[in-house]
Design a protein around this ligand. Structure first.
Ligand SMILES: N[C@@H](CCC(=O)N[C@@H](CS)C(=O)NCC(=O)O)C(=O)O
Length: 221
């Protein structure tokens, strides 16, 4: 049995959970708060980061490595695409979310709205939140541009780029960081993702002391 050490507002954990569900792989969730640096967790992953996937013998670390492991070992429709060019485009967009969207939008939101409220008990910095809002707006404009030309983010087929995107966007949305007005193409695409039975369970989870905005788990938002 696979155990996934994860945190509900960690986008990398959400990406692995969504992908595992799409692949039909059952994982038992272990709640891990990385900032607590629990000894047993540091032994498992010296980097102290979620997610970690382990079956008790094999320990897989880093969401990209875990997703590619599941892609290579589970016989199901490929979520990376069939040709080299398709896979390159999927990987470009996965990196976009894991690096660019994460650092410009998710990190400031997590730090100001989650960490400061739940852990540090400090007031959020309005300037940091404003800059994150501007960054999100620029990203949404780009996703609209792509989705006006493609059915899914990387092309005609649903794939790992959509999974990575939904993981990061859902965390930003939970933290009230997304203004959907004027972004109908991205909103339509995200609504289709929200309705997938493999993704919906995550939208029902709440972090104690930090409720999401009312539209967060609605299909019509
Ligand atoms: N490249 C890693 C990034 C994982 C990551 O940054 N996880 C965050 C939580 S979302 C974390 O554990 N941060 C704690 C730390 O870096 O010490 C992956 O894709 O899994």
């Amino acid at each position: 049995m696979w155990h996934l050490y994860q945190h509900t507002l960690c986008p990398f954990s959400r990406k692995v959970r969504f992908l595992a569900a799409e692949k039909g792989v059952t994982v038992e969730l272990v709640r891990e708060l990385p900032w607590e640096r629990r000894d047993g967790f540091i032994e498992l992953n010296p980097a102290g980061q979620t997610p970690v996937l382990s079956d008790g013998t094999l320990v897989l670390i880093d969401s990209v490595a875990i997703c590619e492991y599941l892609e290579e070992t589970v016989e199901r429709t490929s979520l990376l695409g069939s040709g080299a060019a398709e896979r390159a485009e999927q990987r470009r967009l996965i990196a976009w979310f894991d690096q660019k969207f994460y650092s410009e939008a998710v990190v400031p939101l997590l730090s100001e709205r989650m960490f400061k409220r739940v852990v540090a008990r400090a007031a959020p910095d309005a300037g940091v939140l404003r800059a994150a809002g501007r960054a999100v707006e620029g990203h949404l404009d780009y996703f609209d541009y792509l989705l006006e030309r493609r059915r899914w983010l990387s092309g005609p087929a649903f794939g790992m780029a959509d999974i990575a995107a939904a993981a990061h966007i859902s965390v930003a949305d939970y933290l009230g960081g997304i203004d959907w007005d004027g972004h109908d193409s991205t909103r339509q695409w995200y609504s289709a993702l929200k309705s997938r039975p493999t993704f919906r369970p995550m939208l029902g989870e709440k972090m104690e002391g930090l409720p999401p905005p009312p539209h967060y788990d609605k299909l019509d938002f």
